[in-house]
Design a protein around this ligand. Sequence first.
Ligand code: SAM
Length: 262
Amino acid sequence: MLDLDAEVLGAYVDEVTAWIAQQAGDRPVRRILDLGSGTGAGAFALLRRFPAASVTAVDADRAMLDRLTGRAHELGLQERVQPVVANLDEGWPAVGEADLVWASGSLHHLAEPVRVLESVRAALAPGGVLAVMELDGMPWFLPESADPAERALEARTQELQAQARAEHLPHMGADWRHLLEKAGFTVTDRVLNISVDAPLPPAGGKYAAAVFGRVAEQVGDRLTAEESHTLDRLLAALPQRNDLVIRTTRTALIGSVPHPAP
Ligand SMILES: C[S@@+](CC[C@H](N)C(=O)[O-])C[C@H]1O[C@@H](n2cnc3c(N)ncnc32)[C@H](O)[C@@H]1O
């Protein structure tokens, strides 16, 4: 799912890394720390953007890091990537100073994001920046012209998933500007209204299938019989559809640490 997201929405990540480079100005970015790196979508985009940099990729899930390391070898980037297995809820890992800390889609997983953000602030080299990408839900895939029953189902599943997340991931959709400021950062942010029109590239259809498949797993038991039937029909027809779109919103934030008074 992460790899598909990266493949389909990679252009938006590149837009954010360009913004980071602009904010960094002349300041060299050599040491990057990727928190909750997953399979490395952000890490590889940052290595492309900052050719003199290497990335320390931190994740609690070893399988994610194994996949990231495998991809680094495929791309010939293994010398520039250091994986570190660490659960950020259990303390700050020994990762040294960083010029740039990147956290994409990971802060909302943490039990106490502000505590981790305070550690980020302490780990940043003077003049370094924190870049965060966050989301408040899964993408929408059905166009306005889709069958009304399917559109109603998509709206219903988004609502049920939001309810489920409120129980398990209470920080998803949080006011990240506020939380970064609470941890001592000066913040600038921008909202990315992501819109990819039909026909999607092949990875787009796979992404839609993965997202709707997860709906069935996560909230299938909360659907009515009629809604379940519509979902089954939708899932069966997805591979042949060429009218799917992607609509989603991501928030990007850059946090800097005010210089101490001379
Ligand atoms: C939604 S994924 C985002 C991955 C990647 N940053 C991206 O944008 O594709 C969230 C990642 O955070 C990791 N994660 C969640 N809780 C964590 C924790 N407490 N400590 C370290 N990593 C964590 C997960 O294992 C997962 O790889």
